[in-house]
Design a protein around this ligand. Sequence first.
Ligand code: F6R
Length: 242
Amino acid sequence: MNIHIFKNEEDFIQTAASQVTSLLNANPYAKLGLATGSTPVGLYKRLIEMHRQGLVSFAQATTYNLDEYVGLPENHAESYRTFMNEKLFNHIDINIDHTHIPNGNAADPEEECRAYDKMLEENGPVDLQLLGIGHNGHIAFNEPGDSLTSGTHITTLQAKTREANARFFPSIDDVPTHAITMGVGSIMKARQIMLLIRGEDKAEIAKRALTGPISTDCPASLLQCHPNVIVLLDQGAGRLFK
Ligand code: F6R
């Protein structure tokens, strides 16, 4: 793992953005794996700025998102489709038909999972997979447990995850209980993975995931087995590495 700790926010964001833009400038047809949540928001803002400055085009790119809540209408303010449209897709030159997010309202959710995996299998591998990490060590919505699932699946969100995400909803009762998520096996197939970790509150899980034992109790620890992972931490998240 290639671990970088940044003293200032600007360098953190620009390094993350440069990973994406260098890839797209070398291969305009690149396949990007994207994440939602607070962590990548600064990166998406920077990508929009760089696009406006003519430094990068997404016109030929394809994107695959990690996850989506089950049961939120697609146009709900907190659906991950809405998040991606508002935070990135509406402001760049991507073809919206080339942006893929699991459908959390599919009539047959199991079939939706199979179809998402089939699409990833046929179109993949993803060139660069962006990831954040949950306080409990989850990646995408692969929650800690005795076992992990390889492919896309429906998962029950843990209390800690629902509490963390309650900040976006009127109350915790409004946070969905389930999500569709890419599995760890699908994530690990990416050619390169870029894990972003921000904030003091992520310092302990960052240390555990990156240097602790590889265990399903901390799904992000499995990334230690991937041959091409870059991890960017801000100073707060990296404080236990000194
Ligand atoms: C989002 C996702 C999640 C988040 C994680 C961290 O698509 O898959 O694993 O990356 O929950 O969320 P934030 O960035 O809000 O702390």
